[in-house]
Design a binder for this molecule. Structure first.
Ligand SMILES: *C/C=C(C)/C=C/C=C(C)/C=C/C1=C(C)CCCC1(C)C
Length: 247
């Protein structure tokens, strides 16, 4: 076999109705493109915003690499790449918590706020993994999903009403506006994930799966919205803050 035929032999076929495969593929490309965008734009901003843009790029870059593997895993086994999915999340979601801290630093945010959010996000994801991959029968998924949901709401509380909200108000202006948008991402954008979880695990909520919704498609849509959208909000803040400081 020459090089060309062996190359083509390695590219799997994809059925036109394989929405999971399709969204893994498009998700991978979108994450790559977003990473290039964030990394290349980084140096056009004031120094104090560069770390935030760098983190936006790291989030989509880490996701791009995981999507590369997940796309391949799905194409080979036609199974949910649960392990890679959660490794991706456990790296990227804490980085989203870091973003909150970074933009609120102008109002004097403390590291303890960042660690609190990181801790809660890890609890949310590890317990979610237990329900999705370890205790997958009986009341397991519902119970672990519930614990995960409690950690999720603790994050929502801190950013919407707690410490983070107060700092955003002190900062005011573009930071407050960006913080508010990010809060909506967490409340609405992140709520996509429990929906995917309910579609893909067994429990009293099995009607969600019966609607014909697919867990991986839902997770892939959620990731595209949240990782790229979140990064763009931070990008918009850096644009706004850089142009006002020049004026
Ligand atoms: C880039 C990836 C992101 C923003 C992932 C976020 C994931 C969640 C908010 C997951 C939440 C879950 C629950 C609230 C309950 C059920 C289990 C999870 C892990 C799907």
């Amino acid at each position: 076999m020459n090089l060309l035929t062996s190359f083509y032999a390695e590219v799997g076929k994809m059925a036109t109705d394989d929405y999971v495969g399709f969204t893994f593929f498009v998700g991978c490309m979108a994450m790559m493109a977003a990473s290039a965008f964030f990394f290349l734009s980084m140096n056009t901003f004031d120094k104090k915003w560069r770390t935030s843009i760098l983190v936006s790029g790291l989030i989509t870059f880490i996701a791009a690499v995981h999507y590369w593997y997940m796309r391949d895993y799905w194409a080979t086994y036609m199974e949910s790449p649960t392990f890679f999915r959660y490794v991706d999340w456990v790296l990227t979601v804490p980085l989203m918590c870091v973003e909150f801290y970074l933009i609120l630093r102008v109002a004097g945010a403390k590291k303890s706020l960042m660690w609190k959010l990181i801790f809660l996000s890890v609890v949310m994801l590890v317990t979610g993994y237990f329900g999705e991959a370890v205790y997958t029968t009986g009341t397991g998924p519902a119970l672990w999903g519930f614990i995960s949901g409690v950690a999720y709401f603790a994050i929502v509380y801190i950013i919407w009403f707690g410490e983070a909200k107060k700092l955003a108000e002190q900062a005011g202006g573009a930071v407050l506006a960006a913080h508010k948008t990010l809060c909506w991402f967490v409340l609405v954008g992140w709520a996509i994930y429990p929906l995917g979880y309910m579609a893909g695990t067994e429990g009293w909520y099995s009607f969600v799966g019966e609607l014909g919704l697919n867990m991986d498609v839902i997770y892939n849509i959620g990731d595209a919205i949240n990782k790229i959208g979140f990064g763009l909000v931070v990008y918009g803040l850096a644009v706004a803050a850089t142009s006002t400081s020049e004026a």
